[in-house]
Design a protein around this ligand. Sequence first.
Ligand code: DX5
Ligand code: ZN
Length: 207
Amino acid sequence: MLQAKIAPSMLSSDFSCLAEEAKRMVDAGADYLHMDVMDGHFVPNLTLGAPIVKSLRKHTDAFLDCHLMVSDPAKWVEDFAKAGASQYVFHHEAMENPSKLIDTIHAAGMRAGVALKPGTPASVVFEYANKADQILVMTVEPGFGGQSFMMGCVSKVKELRDRFPQLDIQVDGGLDLNNIGEVAAAGANVIVAGTSIFSSCYACYPE
Ligand code: DX5
Ligand code: ZN
């Protein structure tokens, strides 16, 4: 039986008090903490890497769901495993042999996920999706929080759910109370939300 999970994107948190922000999310009912890793090359933004995950791990037992928006995802598997990441989600578009990378991630002791940009069809993962623990359907162009949800990506969720009834299907980007029903009805069971969650509760250090 698939479980519904809520994964606040820590990209919308106050990084100066990340441990407190993480605790606040867990106390509020978060199932995962979503960590957006950007390298300034695969996407036009820079965020965080394994050292931050390692620091946060000292303060929480939470499931750390790491979303790697990087050009060379194979390069960082070991670092993230050592840092205490629970799940390593890489982009299909960044890999020539995604299936092999799933094996490497599992061997390092993490769950493996594969992400798809809005323009990438669901069919690219059909032949190896059963090896993965999760498929992430991006509902914005990766790179920044606070963008508008792309309704056109919902049919991809449905296509994947019809073929893979047991797979975790995650959605990420622009999710809020206005569209969560739609993606859940299409079959998504892991919901990432940054702006909508963090803007609806008090900041750690109010500005
Ligand atoms: C975008 C990131 C998302 C983003 C979600 O590239 O992968 O995780 O931070 O934030 P919102 O919910 O604000 O779109
Ligand atoms: Zn993300």
